[in-house]
Design a protein around this ligand. Sequence first.
Ligand code: VLP
Length: 134
Amino acid sequence: MPVDFSGTWNLVCSDNFEGYMLALGIDFATRKIAKRLKPQKVIEQEGDSFSIQTTSAFRSYFVQFKIGEEFEEDNKGLDHRKCKSVVTWDNDKLVCVQTGDKKNRGWTHWIEGDQLYLELCCEEQVCTQIYKSA
Ligand code: VLP
């Protein structure tokens, strides 16, 4: 039985989101707003199919995918760069590789206790976020 990420999750802390946004080339004004946000994630997991809706007061982002199936990601409302993305399991971690203009871009989700972790990577920057069940 794989881990179940389904649920509603609220951001409780974030480390180096600024570095991650800088690596993505997000402008100063947007970073200033974005770093104050407390996004909520609603994750739906059914077998190999996932959807992740990230909502905030400023921008929101929706992605859906199947494990192991490459998809086109537009990153609309984020940095707008198109990527070829693929999500796979690494044991109990959900690992997304986002291939495009930016090196080493991707994210990893995992659960520890009652907390959802998200590691966001771009170039040399790693941002770690923790979400708690709503
Ligand atoms: C852009 C970079 C902040 C900052 C400006 C807008 C959406 C894994 C994955 C599923 C992500 C989140 C990426 C956040 C990039 C911010 C708007 C913040 C709210 O999540 O859960 O897409 O990649």
